[in-house]
Every structure is written in C-alpha cells, then in structure tokens.
Ligand binder design. Structure first.
Ligand code: OOB
Length: 572
C-alpha cells in the first residue's frame, strides 16, 4: 500500500517556517488536543448524543478511555499507523470516539457523509486504499453496513467493516462490532508521537469534476484553524455546541465545530436529525449556546420558531421550546440571503454569524461584535492575518487583480489552506496557481473593511442548500444510461435551497426516450447520494448551439440555464 505522503503536495519549507515562526503551527497533534482537554477538563461533559443503545453522555475522561480502548482493538485487528479508514457514520457519539481512536492509533480517517452511497464510498475506499470502513447499521432507511460489506468485497485494500452497534447485538458474518473491539485502555499508543507536520486525515471536497477530491490536512495546519476559530467564536468550557449538520463536514468539525469544542473544553451535542423539532428540543434541554446550520435549515428553524410564537400567543396552553440559551447561530456553506439573515435574531433570539469556508482551507467569519450591516451583508473575513486573498479577473489568463471592491474570482493561500489535493496531479495543475494559490471557484468582492461578499461562482459546481454537486459527476451517471447520448446539469434558482438541479438529456434518436422518473431512478440506483439525483430531468431533441466553435461544457450549461430562465421567467 502507498504511504499517504506520496500523494501529498507539501507546504514549501519557507512557508512552513514562516507559519511556525508566526506561532500558527505549534506542533500540537490531535492526540495532544484530547490530552489537553482531559488534563484541564477531564470531568466535564464532552459528548452528548444518541447511539444505538440510547442516550449517551461522556466526560472528556470517558471519551478518552473509549477512544484508547477502541484504538487498541483496531490495532489488534491490524489497523496500523498511516492506514486509512473510511468513517461513514451519522451524528452518533461513536463518531467522536472512532475519530479520536484513529488519531490515537496514528491511522487516518477518510471522512464520508451519511448521505453518501456505494458509488462515493467505493471511490473513497479505492482512492485512499482504505483498510477498513467504520459505519452504522441501518440509518435513514438505508443499510450502511450491508453497503459497506459489498464495497469491502470489491475493494482489495478493505479488510474490515466495523459497525457501530449496541453492545451485545447479534453478530453478523463479515462485520466486526465496534463495541466488541473496545479493550482496556492502554497507556500509550502509536499516534501519541505523531509528526505534527504529517497528514492527519483526508477530508472531502464537493468537487467540480467527475470524482470528488480528497483533501489532505495536517495536524499543524488544521489545529491552527481550530484554535483560532474557537477564539473568534469565543468558545469556552461553558460552551454547548449543537452539531446539527453532518459531523464529518468541515463546518461542523472545525469552524469551530466539534474540535473547537474539545479545544475549549465545552460540550458537543450531536443532533440525530437537523429538523427544528429535534434541535429545538436539544437546545432547550441541553442549554445549547451555539449551533451551525446551512441557509435552508436556518430558514426552516426561523419558520418553526415563528409559528411556535404565533401559536403560543393564540393559545397559552401550547408549550413553546425555550431557546433562550442560544447565543450564536452560525450560517454557512451557501449564501445566506440578507432577507433570511435579518429574520434570524428576531425569530431565534440568537446573534447571527456568517461563515464562508471550504474544506480545502480558508474560513471567513463575521465577528461577534461586528456592526449589523457587516453581519447581514457579508460573509466575514479570514481567520488568519496570513490568509492571502487575491480577487482576480476570471477572464484574464494572467489572473490580474480587479480594482478594489470589484467582483472577481477568489484565489487564496495561507497557513491552513492545502497546496494540492491527494493523488490528483493533473487536477492540481488547474486548481492551484504556480505559486500555490488555491483557485476557489467563487466570485467575490471585498468590502472596505476587508469582508468577503460572495456573489456567485465560476466553478462547475451546484450548491444545493450547502450540499455541493459536481455537474460532471452527475452527467457521467446519466451518460451511463443506454438511451442517453448527452447530458448537462445546470443549477436553477430556488427560494428554499438557493439552487436545485435541472438535467437536460439528449436521448438516442428513433427510440422511445426514457422518462424523467426513470432517469432519476437510474441515477439513484447507481448508488449516489440522494442530493445528487437531479430534481428535474428534461429530455430535449438537441442541445442549443453555443456559438463557441468546439462546445465547451461551461458554455453549454450557461446556454441551457439561459434557456430555462426564458422558459420560466425566473432570474438567477
Ligand atoms: C463549506 O465547505 P465545502 O468544502 O463544502 O464547500 C465550499 C464552498 C465554497 O467554495 C463556496 O462555494 C461555498 O461552499 N460556500 C459559501 C459559503 N460557505 C461556503 N458560499 C456562499 N456563502 C457562504 N457563507 O461549505 C464550509 C466549510 C467550512 C465552514 C463553512 C462552510
């Protein structure tokens, strides 16, 4: 198996030196992060959530004992330092335990989302040469464990499927139960002396091309962003953070997220579902102080709180959830419209913080003491004084910067932004500049205070309520259908999601064209995350000519989007 470092573009030595000298990279590792929390806050509550055997509450000392015990069990079945392990779990306490167990072992989590399906997980396992998949049993009406077993049978490197189940559950052939792997916690484990400049895990990118990319993050770079985020968001031991979005997403993990909470010695509450009912209940009972959501979820929470307020005015006997502990609601992952932003504090009583980040690195926050205008109309400013942001003319081959305040494509480089995707030499050549700036694909302008205002994107990706869809990936799935000769996906403005997907398909001539429902089913049955299944599939005779000679996919998609706007009269 290839060592992970082989596929990683390292930070240039002089940049690394500068980031160390500036005090950003401190040499802290993930095991050391947990050690510090245990030393300073061992008896405080670390994780609250619902697992397969019901409610769980673990202090830092308990979390650590579990993680060490599981690390020992994983070592026993042959998971070794440097090995990659796909973590495909919903928001359950075992997620936190597994991630820290892998860190303790010096093994690298490969983070997958619960919504991912066989097609994505198989690719992550293959590309990372994972030795194991840790997953749940049935969740969200889908048998994750059975899918993981099918993948293990196909992918040579995958030797184990570990399922987070209730202790004492019936054993199933071909699976290991996570609870049966727990051993007496040993005192030392290989990850305890991990090299802080080495890669700690592989995170996922939404992707713009056929396949999602893996993002290698080091202990040094990632933990700098975690500590600095915790400070910007004013986390402390009294913080109670609600993880409403998937725990493995970069926002939930580190902005400041679950890891920021560990750094601060606070409590992380894992919501089994993001809906307002579940989350409002948890906010009330756990006295949650901060939560992170994507814009459509913020809108759903605002609506639910507003309705509850109206009901309680009409009928005093109806009980209304007490959300008064909630100080901050972070909104990010997709653009938060000012109209939505304005409704948040009146409805939920919490301050709004906008977060514009990316798994590749750069994260921007509006600060908690920013004036309303900044909080409502911008996506904030970078974490670090050494985050370099260049706003360039997207049509200029020399990528010259636009005039201050003008809209352009955002390029960035800094102490926690990667220099390349994992094992993706060809893609890296276009995704990064020669001097190491990441081409984010976002169109932005900077206001006079240095705050970023996101206005659109140049990348070929659809942002469906924070869930990222690479147009090409879905087109390839449609093209696999025997009756399809061409396919193009465009984003259509949507009041709730920001964007939804519309697929145009050209069918094989002289045959009954496949119906829209059949094509959607076809994509779903290829085992992709449900959010990637096109919302609408439209079969057309031919694609419009784009007038650019050799058809560029981008020109084609934009022509189709224009055609849709004319048809529906809807402006983007
Ligand atoms: C977060 O990370 P990813 O990797 O899922 O997606 C990154 C992309 C950005 O390049 C941008 O296109 C979009 O998501 N985005 C936003 C946004 N936040 C992210 N677009 C407009 N406004 C925003 N506030 O989505 C992510 C990672 C860490 C923290 C927060 C979000």
């Amino acid at each position: 198996m290839t060592a992970v470092a082989d596929g990683v573009v390292p930070y240039p030595p002089e940049a690394a030196e500068r980031y160390r000298a500036a005090g950003y990279w401190t040499g802290q590792t993930f095991p050391a992060l947990l050690d510090a929390a245990v030393a300073d806050h061992g008896a405080r509550m670390a994780v609250v959530g619902t697992g397969p055997s019901g409610a769980e509450r673990w202090t830092y000392a308990e979390l650590d004992a579990r993680a060490r015990g599981l690390a020992a069990g994983l070592a026993e079945i042959g998971v070794a330092p440097g090995d990659r392990v796909v973590v495909w779990l919903p928001n359950v306490p075992a997620y936190v335990e597994t991630v820290f167990a892998l860190f303790r072992l010096g093994a690298l989590p490969v983070f997958a989302l619960p919504a991912h399906r066989e097609s994505e997980i198989r690719y992550f396992a293959e590309h990372a040469e994972a030795v194991a998949i840790v997953t749940a049993g049935r969740h969200d009406r889908f048998d994750h464990a059975a899918a993981a077993q099918a993948i293990a049978a196909e992918v040579d490197s995958v030797r184990h499927v570990v399922v987070a189940d209730a202790p004492g559950a019936e054993p199933v052939a071909g699976r290991l139960s996570l609870s049966s792997l727990r051993r007496t916690p040993p005192d030392t484990l290989p990850g305890d002396d991990a090299d802080p400049s080495s890669v700690a895990f592989l995170q996922l990118s939404g992707g713009t091309t056929g396949l999602p990319k893996l993002i290698p993050r080091t202990h040094d770079d990632y933990l700098y962003s975690v500590r600095a985020s915790a400070e910007i968001c004013e986390l402390g031991p009294e913080t109670v953070y609600l993880a409403a979005l998937p725990a493995a997403h970069n926002f939930t993990m580190s902005s400041p997220g679950l890891l920021g909470v560990v750094h601060a010695g606070g409590t992380a509450v894992l919501a089994p579902s993001p809906d307002a009912d579940t989350c409002f209940g948890l906010i009330e009972t756990e006295r949650v102080t901060i939560a992170a959501v994507v814009p459509p979820l913020a809108a759903a929470w605002v609506q639910a709180a507003t309705r509850a307020a109206e009901r309680s005015r009409a009928d005093d006997s109806r009980s209304r959830r007490d959300l008064s502990s909630l100080e901050v609601l972070q909104v990010g992952g997709a653009k938060c419209a000012p109209e939505l932003a304005r409704r948040i504090t009146p409805a939920l009583g919490a301050r709004l913080q906008q977060v514009f980040g990316m798994a590749e690195g750069l994260v921007n926050y509006t600060r908690l003491d920013d004036p309303d205008d900044v909080v409502l109309h911008s996506q904030g400013r970078p974490i670090s004084p050494d985050d370099e942001l260049r706003v360039v003319d997207p049509d200029d081959p020399d990528e010259r910067e636009v005039a201050p305040g003008e809209v352009g494509a955002l390029l960035t480089r800094g102490p926690y932004t990667i220099r390349g995707y994992y094992r993706a030499e060809e893609h890296n050549a276009s995704a990064f500049t020669a001097d190491g700036f990441y081409r984010t694909g976002d169109l932005v302008r900077l206001d006079p205070g240095g705050n970023v205002v996101v206005s659109g994107r140049v990348k070929e990706q659809i942002n469906r309520g924070g869930e990222k869809i690479a147009a090409e990936e879905v087109e390839n799935h449609l093209l696999a259908h025997p009756d399809v000769v061409d396919a193009a996906i465009v984003g259509v403005p949507d009041d709730f999601l920001g964007e939804r997907t519309h697929a145009f398909v050209v069918a094989v001539p002289d045959r009954e064209p496949p119906g829209s429902a059949a094509l959607r089913r076809f994509v779903r049955e290829r085992g992709v995350a449900a959010y990637k299944v096109p919302d609408v599939v439209e079969v057309v005779d031919a694609f419009p000519a784009t007038g650019v000679g050799k058809t560029s996919r981008r020109a084609l998609r934009s022509a189709l989007a224009d055609h849709l706007r004319v048809e529906t009269g809807k402006e983007s």
